[in-house]
Design a protein around this ligand. Structure first.
Ligand SMILES: [Zn+2]
Length: 90
């Protein structure tokens, strides 16, 4: 059968998981994470060189997605504690 030879077999390309450091950069002025394609920082307007160091980008991203430890503590104590924490944080 045409197209069924072992030589014709090609493994499907795995979808590449985008690494944050490839698509993000950090503003050196305000430390805001921006997408790599942005020409200027969306927060402060900086339009010079951005920090693209993979380790520092990962650190910033990690901080964004890691909740405040007090929030995590409130989560353990149930919905009332979470609402109370949010109201105090506002
Ligand atoms: Zn900035």
């Amino acid at each position: 059968m045409p197209g069924q030879d072992a030589d014709d077999f090609k493994p499907k390309r795995r979808a590449r998981k985008p690494h944050p450091e490839r698509v993000l950069k950090v503003c050196p002025l305000c430390a805001t994470v921006n997408v790599s394609s942005a020409s200027e920082c969306f927060r402060c307007g900086w339009d010079g060189d951005f920090d693209t160091d993979a380790g520092r980008v990962q650190t910033r991203v990690h901080r964004i997605f890691t909740p405040d430890p007090r929030f995590r503590e409130a989560l353990k104590n149930g919905a009332k504690a979470v609402v109370s924490w949010i109201l105090k944080a506002l």
